[in-house]
Each structure stands twice: as structure tokens, then as C-alpha cells.
Design a protein around this ligand. Structure first.
Ligand SMILES: [Zn+2]
Length: 192
């Protein structure tokens, strides 16, 4: 699959919108991404994960783990394809932990996944958690990489779709200057 084909899957599923958006950071952007919308269709999740699996060098994986909530369904599909266990880590009093009886055997080969990586903060915490429990982190993988090449996990990092994020401070936003109405994703309200 070419980059264009992957982009079209995101656009067809409204997982990538173009317009004028207010990001949670307060900055404005011409693009908005909602990965859950490609993962809500199991057949689409399967197709994208298949493409990503082809790019991952290390296929000998025992466990796939993702941070809750974004990484849960994605970890499950990746694990299904790699013939591995699907785990997720969640926060307990601020720290990433394994709950629900999940365990990582010492020496287990673990792939850490997330749907979208921006700063990589949660993924880095999961990597540390796996190491602390004695697992061996063989790589990190994501559907979308919005880090603009700035993340480093100390292991191979593979993504299906690197996207350069363009955002503006409200004062410098060209879309505001055009008078385009701004949308806050997740709500249906349109601000002036
Ligand atoms: Zn704007």
C-alpha cells in the first residue's frame, strides 16, 4: 500500500479531517486526526495492521501491549496478527501499571504499540514498565507518527503513516485571517 492509499483510508473513514480546528493545546490547525474511527471497523483495522506488520522487522513477538485507552484495540489486532498476547497498561494514581491479572514473564519479547504517537510520553512509560517487569522491548509501533521525527524510545520505532503536524498560535493563524469558522473536535459546536 502506498502512502496515498493509507491516507485515503483515513479520509474515507473521517479519521482525518481537513478544515479549521481548535486543538486541546489551544493552537489552531488545518487538520484533525481521530484514529478511533479507522479502528472502529475491524476489517479496516486488520488491513492497516497487516501493512504495519510487514514493516516490522521483529516478528518473533510474545506480547503486544498498548497504553489504555487508545492502544487497546490496536494492540489486540496487532497481537492477533503476530500470534501474540494482547495486553494493555493503564494508569493507577498517575503511574502506568498492569492490572486485571496481566503479567509479563521475564525475558518475554514485547512490542509496544499506540494508535497515534505525538510526544510519545505514554509509550515511553509503557516501555519503562515492561523493562521494569523483566520483559524485553523489541520495538515500538504506531499507526500514525505525528512526532515530526522527534521521538526516541531506545529501540526500533516503526509507523505506518508519518504526518507532519502544522499548527498555529491563534494570533498567527492564516485560517482565522480568512475568517473560516473554527471547530472544536469532539464537540459539535462551531465557534465564531
Ligand atoms: Zn485559526
Amino acid at each position: 500500500m502506498e502512502r496515498e492509499d493509507i491516507l485515503n483510508i483515513f479520509k474515507d473513514n473521517k479519521a482525518m479531517l481537513e478544515g479549521h480546528f481548535l486543538l486541546t493545546s489551544g493552537r489552531h490547525s488545518n487538520q484533525y486526526l481521530q484514529c478511533a474511527l479507522v479502528l472502529q471497523k475491524p476489517s479496516v483495522a486488520e488491513k492497516l495492521s497487516q501493512e504495519l506488520c510487514k514493516k516490522i522487522e521483529e516478528q518473533n513477538v510474545d506480547i503486544v501491549i498498548g497504553p489504555a485507552i487508545g492502544g487497546i484495540t490496536f494492540a489486540y489486532e496487532m497481537a492477533r496478527q503476530l500470534g501474540a498476547l494482547a495486553l494493555f497498561a493503564e494508569r493507577e494514581e498517575g503511574a502506568m501499571t498492569l492490572r486485571r491479572g496481566f503479567t509479563i514473564a521475564p525475558g518475554a519479547r514485547v512490542l509496544v504499540v499506540e494508535d497515534v504517537i505525538t510526544t510519545g510520553g505514554s509509550v515511553r512509560e509503557v516501555v519503562e514498565l515492561v523493562k521494569k517487569l523483566g520483559g524485553q522491548v523489541v520495538g515500538v509501533a504506531s499507526l500514525v507518527d505525528r512526532s515530526n521525527g522527534k521521538v526516541e524510545f531506545g529501540c526500533p520505532f516503526t509507523s505506518l503513516l508519518p504526518i507532519e503536524v502544522v499548527s498555529y498560535s491563534p494570533e498567527d493563524c492564516p485560517l482565522c485571517k480568512e475568517g473560516k469558522p473554527i471547530v472544536k473536535p469532539g464537540s459539535r459546536k462551531v465557534k465564531k
